[in-house]
Write a protein that binds this ligand. Structure first.
Ligand SMILES: C[S@@+](CC[C@H](N)C(=O)[O-])C[C@H]1O[C@@H](n2cnc3c(N)ncnc32)[C@H](O)[C@@H]1O
Length: 247
């Protein structure tokens, strides 16, 4: 399933051979561009089949997530999933040079993004690291955004989000984007703000029973807007607002 308003395309692009077509594709609003397949096992000029493991997300989704993140000039931002560095550049443009730390697990992708951002004069820290651990040395952050989906919100992000700070991440399934506010040390609460489908963080690809992930046993995906998401160091709890637990 593609996010609402986005299309799936698996036509390979060859930027060097057909730069015009490539440039046009880069600026399409509603089409994600896949930039890596099977964690890089498929070479860039190989067949467009396999599991999509990195992309530049559908631009309408990127903008929607940033709207919910609402970073302000000077905010310290942690981004998980650098990919091409496109989102990193957009956020840095808003928050200012040296304010964004972006974590990318794939060394080749991280190196390329770092070089690309440097060439564009964008001053952001791109680290090759498992984003589930966040960046303890840079914490606390005013904003945390993840551009890959998670089944559970990693506790490190909650510890590194300042109280009152905002965390935006795709959480599945059902595939939703959640916007959470830091409520105290290591805790946050919020709501789904959109439906979306993203590739998953590497460490969260394996399916787990919903009830292990804090969802009710009888999820009603049609009512995604009515859920509330609470997370702390003990795990996450997702419930319909009318079923809000006491305390
Ligand atoms: C949808 S892409 C990100 C798109 C990116 N924001 C952009 O603007 O191009 C998701 C990225 O998350 C990365 N990723 C997956 N698991 C990760 C993890 N545990 N830590 C950091 N990055 C991870 C993937 O390698 C991939 O590049």
């Amino acid at each position: 399933m593609a996010p609402p308003g986005c299309e799936r395309s698996v036509r390979p692009h060859r930027p060097r051979q057909d730069p015009k077509r490539w440039l046009k594709a880069v600026y399409l609003l509603r089409t994600p561009l896949i930039t890596q397949i099977d964690d890089g096992a498929v070479p860039p000029d190989g067949p467009a089949s396999g599991t999509f493991t990195s992309s530049i997300s559908c631009i309408t989704v990127v903008i929607e997530m940033l709207r919910h993140l609402a970073p302000a000039p000077g905010d310290k931002v942690l981004e998980i999933g650098t990919g091409t560095g496109y989102n990193t550049a957009l956020v840095t443009r808003r928050t200012g040079p040296g304010t964004v730390t972006s974590l990318e697990i794939d060394r080749t992708i991280a190196d390329q993004a770092r070089q690309r951002l440097h060439a564009m004069g964008v001053r952001a820290r791109v680290l090759t690291a498992d984003g589930e651990q966040g960046d303890p040395t840079g914490a606390p952050f005013d904003r945390i955004v993840c551009t890959a989906s998670v089944r559970h919100i990693p506790p490190a992000w909650l510890r590194q989000l300042r109280p009152g700070g905002v965390l935006v991440a795709p959480l599945d399934s059902p595939a939703i984007t959640v916007r959470m506010t830091g409520t105290g040390p290591g805790a946050a609460a919020g709501r789904p703000v959109a439906t979306v489908e993203f590739m998953r963080l590497r460490g969260q690809r394996t399916a787990r029973p919903h009830t292990d992930l804090g969802w009710p046993a009888d999820i009603d995906a049609q009512r995604w807007r009515d859920y509330e998401v609470h997370a702390d160091q003990h795990g996450q709890r997702i419930f319909l607002r009318r079923d809000r637990p006491e305390g």
